[in-house]
Design a protein around this ligand. Structure first.
Ligand SMILES: Cc1cc2nc3c(=O)[nH]c(=O)nc-3n(C[C@H](O)[C@H](O)[C@H](O)COP(=O)(O)O)c2cc1C
Length: 143
């Protein structure tokens, strides 16, 4: 939903980071799988890939806060491409943990990219966050 709000404002192409192996439907089971993946430093295989990353200069990177940072599949995504010189604007949904360490982790994963200040939104309040998203984008001064 947040990605859609961003696209409405700035345009662009939507790419969904999806894993080959799906996560359990059960929330608690998924938290267990995700915790094990984080502990192992896993890089879950992705279902699809971008063939034209070179065409993009600005990436709005969205993810849920999973155990205090990005899901491991997002690390797979970041390591799959040469993102040097690109601008990355991270946004995350959470249930109290905000961005966690994801801003720091993102900067470490992409040392040659320009990582902007991230936006964090309570997952349960996304429906009423259009103004917050709009203000955040304006504050990034991309245009
Ligand atoms: C595996 C897992 C780990 C999570 N860890 C955290 C956390 O550390 N901090 C937090 O605030 N929310 C945490 N959450 C809540 C998610 O951030 C929340 O469900 C998500 O932002 C909602 O987006 P979604 O509907 O796309 O899943 C976790 C959720 C899952 C499934």
């Amino acid at each position: 939903m947040v990605a859609e709000m961003i696209r409405e404002k700035v345009g662009g192409t939507m790419f969904r980071i999806e894993t080959v192996h799906e996560y359990p439907m059960d929330y608690a089971e998924t938290t267990d799988v995700a915790k094990a993946e984080q502990k192992a430093g896993a890089r879950p295989e992705l279902r699809s890939h971008m063939s034209n990353m070179d065409d993009y200069g600005v990436i709005f990177l969205g993810y849920p806060n999973w155990w205090g940072t990005m899901p491991m599949a997002v690390f797979t995504f970041l390591e799959e491409y040469d993102l040097s010189g690109k601008t990355i604007a991270p946004f995350c949904t959470h249930e109290g943990g905000g961005l966690g360490s994801s801003g720091r982790d993102l900067r470490a994963a992409c040392p040659d990219s320009k990582v902007l200040d991230g936006l964090d939104i309570y997952g349960s309040r996304v429906g009423s966050s259009a103004k917050t998203v709009n203000d955040w984008i304006n504050g990034l001064k991309l245009i």
